[in-house]
Design a protein around this ligand. Structure first.
Ligand code: IPM
Ligand code: MG
Length: 357
């Protein structure tokens, strides 16, 4: 079994560097405990890369990602770069990595921790026990569809994008959804807008075809607007939600908010060859450099890396259990703090987690 892993580390902007440092500390402990070694190499991305070399995804960074077993990513973006055209923005660095590494599947788990039930905006009886995964297609759809642009027609400006899915793109994400469901509660909800969009009608048809190979898994279809509503009314009923890029972008933020804090949510983006791990939250420029950011989402993203890239599910469970324990002990960063709990900073939270490893 492989025991040495080269990891491209892309801290990015805002709180990115702080939370990445926290995850690296945890991985250090894990590597000793489980007898594996990591070679971490840092590279520029996002606004930090725009400032340094004028490109949100420098050639060097992309090359490093392609030579590595996995990419560990912080966050990109910030007010400073908000007025650049979409093509030059920090976010473009992230979108280009997804496309270049063919990371077609974005796995975003959302889980309600018992110790954090009061952090959720929903009533405890609705949120308790929620444990779902949003599987978002990540390299297709209106995000990348051509033609796209802003131009002048009939003496006024018009902006347009193309919502498009090829059959093979739908097939591979549907397969993965059924595979993931088999390791969970065996249920897939495919989310689309088939009552209006042709691209969704095809999506639904292809998902049904793939389902023939997975008859043991329950499949339901849901319109995206209804899904947005059901996620709030009865979130416990969802197991695996599979959907396209833009619906997945929106639904996964909603699923994240259910559990109380975006600061808790990890993600993995995978393709046939590469893997990329990042917290769901953004760069939070308002608290950057203060050392108070919640490192848990990034630490749990590292746990996903241990499971999916390093094939060490026991190390992943180890980290997840440690996170659960520190929450039970009452440790909280500012974003999840409530009266009666112990407010800690990034470093203290990280050390508390490491104590349980
Ligand atoms: C996400 C983000 C990105 C997206 C942005 C930063 C381009 O919102 O990962 O969900 O829209 O995919
Ligand atoms: Mg998003």
């Amino acid at each position: 079994m492989k025991k040495h892993f080269k990891i491209a580390v892309l801290p990015g902007d805002g709180i990115g560097p702080e939370i990445i440092d926290a995850a690296l500390k945890v991985l250090d402990v894990i590597s000793k405990k489980y007898g594996i070694t990591f070679e971490f190499e840092k590279a520029l991305v996002g606004g930090a890369a725009i400032d340094a070399v004028g490109d949100p995804l420098p050639e060097e960074t992309l090359k490093l990602c392609k030579e590595s077993d996995a990419v560990l990513f912080g966050a990109v973006g910030g007010e400073k770069w908000d007025n650049l055209p979409t093509d030059k923005r920090p976010e473009k660095g992230l979108l280009r990595i997804r496309k270049e590494l063919n990371l077609f599947a974005n796995i975003r788990p959302a889980k309600a921790y018992d110790a954090l039930l009061d952090a959720s905006p929903l009533k405890q009886e609705i949120i308790k026990g929620v444990n779902l995964v949003v599987l978002r297609e990540l390299t297709g759809d209106v995000y990348f569809g051509e033609p796209r642009g802003i131009e002048e027609r009939n003496n006024e400006r018009v902006g347009y994008n193309t919502m498009i899915y090829y059959e093979h793109e739908i097939k591979r994400i549907a397969r993965l959804a059924f595979e993931i469901a088999r390791g969970r509660r065996n249920k897939v909800t495919s989310v689309d807008k088939a009552n209006v969009l042709e691209v969704s009608a095809l999506w639904r048809e292809v998902v049904n075809e793939v389902h023939n190979d997975y008859a043991d898994v329950e499949l339901e279809h849901m319109y995206v607007d209804n899904c947005a509503m059901q996620l709030i009314r009865r979130p416990r009923d969802f197991d695996v939600i599979v959907t396209g890029n833009i619906f997945g972008d929106i639904i996964s933020d909603e699923a994240g908010a259910l559990t109380g804090s975006l600061g808790m949510l990890p993600s993995a983006s995978i393709g046939e060859r590469y893997a990329f791990y990042e917290p769901i939250h953004g760069s939070a420029p308002d608290i950057a450099g203060k050392g108070i950011a919640n490192p848990i989402a990034t630490i749990l993203s590292a746990a996903m890396m241990l499971e999916l890239t390093c094939k060490l599910p026991e190390a992943a469970r180890d980290i997840e259990n440690a996170v659960e324990k520190v929450l039970e002990e009452g440790y909280r960063t500012a974003d999840i703090w409530s009266v009666g709990t112990k407010r800690v900073n990034t470093q203290e939270m990280t050390e508390a987690i490491i104590k349980h490893l």
